[in-house]
Structures are given as C-alpha cells and as structure tokens.
Design a protein. Structure first.
Length: 253
C-alpha cells in the first residue's frame, strides 16, 4: 500500500536515473554478485555502476549501445551482465522462466506515447487480465511492430518450437553463435519486424525458492524479445486448454 512513509522510501526523484540502485538496495544486492577475483571485477563502486548500467537497459527499453556516457562503457556492462548470467554462484541476473504481468493496456499505451508510437490493441488485449505467474508455454501480451509504424499489443505464447529430439519449448536466447540461432532461426533474429517487447511487472529467479525482482520507479518494464508466427501443434497439453494450430510465439533474452 502507498503510505506517506512508503512514498518517501521509494521516491527516486533524487537519483540520477530512476533505475539506479540506492545505497540500501546495493547492500542487499552486493552479496549476490560473484567474487571479484573470479571475474576480474572492477572495484566496488564501479561494480555498482555496472549494475546501474544493466538496470538502465530494461528500465528504458534501449539497446546496449545507447547506455548513457556517464555509466560504464556498454562493452563492460554487457560483458559482465553475460558473465553474471552464466555464473552458478549468483541468482542476481539469470534466465527468466517465470514473471508477473499486471500492467494495463492504458499503462502500456503510456510507453508507446513515450516512444512516439501509436498503440493498437486486439479484442484479447483491450482489457488485460492480471497474470501473477507466467510460465513457458502460456499466453502473455507482447508489443510488436506494425507495417504503418505503429505498435500492436497482442497475445502470444512463450516458447519457440523445441530442438529436434527434445520436447521442451525454447524459452530463452542463450547463445547467438549456436547453429540453432545462427542458421535455423536466423530470420527471426535478424528481421526487424520480428522484434518485440514483453511487458512485465516483476520476474522471479530461480523458478523454485524464488527471489522476485522489479525495475524501481517503473510501472511496467519490458524485456527485449523476438517473436515468430507458427502453424502446428507445438503447445504442451494443459488442463482445460486445447492445443492450437496457429499462434505467435516469443522467447526472452
């Protein structure tokens, strides 16, 4: 609940960027970062700035190369983000396999207005229902590009078709240098029309014994993602739901 005390506690107006960590937040986060010696880490103060750089990207939806110059170089921020994601010693930055989406179409429209784009909705997204737990193979809203330059809020299912011989859908892009992404799925990675944003309020890591993370000071944040059309019975069976033959699919970074 927003009380006078909470408003003061979570007010981020005095921060350089709303996504920056406060000293208190950094004290909670620092123990989760892998040991400095293991990754040739910069000093403590610089590590906090690297994390500020990482948080700036999902907060604004910008690309890595657009990280402001008063934050560490984008190469440093990106490199350490990838190292932390691969580290088994941290739960700070990892592959998302569960998230929450309670943002309304009106809130997502504000994002479109910030991007100076018109947002169109579909009958399924005119009135979004809150989703406390979104797992792979479930429906969720995504924001795609329209041919006229606008944006469309539409529903898609989380997960690309599995690798031949496997049964689990592909939920995250892990290694862009692999043949699976470089060759088999190259079109979805390189074509601009298949880029999208996935709105979320918070995400959990890991799926079991989860710690929830959210972007401070942001009503609705977004993952940068890709989507693709699909025809075929890919969906895993779920109680009370029928498999569908045609639906958009998306994956998370």
């Amino acid at each position: 609940m927003w009380t006078a005390e909470n408003r003061s506690k979570y007010n981020r107006d005095k921060l350089r960027y709303p996504s920056d960590l406060t000293d208190e937040e950094w004290r909670h986060v620092e123990p989760l970062i892998p040991p400095r010696e293991a990754w040739r880490m910069p000093p403590r103060s610089e590590r906090a700035e690297v994390l500020n750089g990482i948080m700036y990207v999902p907060s604004t939806g910008c690309q890595w190369r657009y990280i402001p110059q008063d934050l560490p170089p984008k190469s440093t921020v990106f490199h350490l983000c990838m190292m932390w994601r691969m580290s088994k010693s941290t739960k700070l930055v990892c592959m998302c396999n569960r998230y929450e989406q309670r943002g309304s179409a009106a809130q997502i429209r504000k994002l479109a207005e910030f991007l100076r784009r018109m947002l169109y909705t579909t009958p399924a997204t005119d009135n979004l229902r809150p989703q406390d737990n979104i797992y792979p193979d479930q429906d969720a809203p995504i924001i795609t590009n329209k041919a006229d330059g606008g944006l469309e809020l539409t529903m898609a299912q989380w997960g690309f078709p599995p690798i031949p011989g496997e049964t689990a859908p592909i939920t995250n892009i892990r290694n862009l240098k692999s043949k699976w992404w470089r060759d088999a799925n190259r079109e979805w990675i390189t074509a601009k029309e298949y880029r999208c944003l996935v709105p979320f309020i918070a995400f959990a890591a890991p799926v079991c014994d989860s710690t929830w993370f959210k972007v401070p000071g942001v009503e609705v944040a977004t993952f940068a993602s890709i989507w693709r059309p699909w025809k075929g019975k890919r969906l895993a069976e779920q109680p009370g739901q029928k498999r569908r033959n045609s639906t958009p699919l998306f994956v998370l970074p």
